[in-house]
Design a protein around this ligand. Structure first.
Ligand SMILES: C[S@@+](CC[C@H](N)C(=O)[O-])C[C@H]1O[C@@H](n2cnc3c(N)ncnc32)[C@H](O)[C@@H]1O
Length: 212
């Protein structure tokens, strides 16, 4: 085990509690899905929940539901009258997320939408206090542009995987579209003077963005 793994295991075990429901969701995702590692996991779920509580967010938008792990973590952090809208393009995984939203008793707080986030976001009513971008890595700039239109004045955008398994630091094959997508997004955001940004070097890199 590398020092980094030991460090992360310690951090994850210390204060990061995964209940039976999330453990079961993680297990069922591993048994039924090809890329089970895509879900946020305990540490990131906890971090997203913390951000929601600290910012007192009431309405949250998620791009990329997948199995629903991060959606459950975030919805649980909302006040009773809060709402989480989560968009997923792949209708073949909806059975899994909706099963666990129901098991968690969160059907009233979570609004799942099947569709392409770039098309769906412009049709959504109202504003969001926190927007979690975790969809297709080649589409981050479009998600960001669409999200900014729906972000509350003091709202926060959180973009996942901005370090993309450290691939952004190495020479990148021209057909590695995900790595190029993330690199283009990071560069694009760095040049935007109308927003403040900060990369948290946790897990696969989380970028926090808010309006200046
Ligand atoms: C990394 S997974 C999301 C993981 C989830 N947020 C979590 O942390 O548990 C990315 C998901 O985004 C979905 N996706 C990709 N492109 C999308 C789009 N344009 N609109 C909505 N969802 C999209 C994928 O099908 C996939 O399920």
């Amino acid at each position: 085990m590398s020092t980094e793994d030991i460090r992360f295991e310690y951090i994850e075990n210390f204060g990061c509690v995964e209940d039976d429901l999330l453990r079961a969701l993680e297990r069922e995702t591993a048994l039924t899905q090809i890329h089970p590692k895509m879900l946020s996991g305990c540490y990131q779920g906890h971090l997203l929940a913390m951000l929601i509580k600290m910012s007192k967010a009431k309405r949250v938008l998620e791009i990329g539901t997948y199995a629903g792990y991060s959606a459950i973590c975030m919805a649980r952090a909302l006040p009773a009258d809060g709402q989480l809208v989560t968009i997923e393009i792949n209708d073949e995984i909806e059975w899994l997320s909706s099963k666990y939203f129901a098991k968690a008793g969160l059907q009233d707080r979570i609004v799942p939408i099947v569709g392409d986030a770039t098309e769906v976001i412009p049709t959504l009513d109202g504003q969001f206090d926190l927007i979690f971008i975790d969809g297709d890595k080649t589409e981050y700039i479009s998600y960001f542009e669409a999200s900014l239109q729906k972000l509350a004045p003091d709202g926060l955008i959180v973009a996942d995987n901005v370090i993309w398994y450290d691939k952004i630091f190495a020479e990148t094959a021209s057909n590695d579209h995900f790595t190029h997508g993330i690199m283009a997004f990071n560069e694009y955001i760095s040049k935007r003077e109308d927003v403040e940004k900060l990369i948290l070097p946790v897990r696969d890199g989380l970028m926090l963005i808010r309006r200046r």
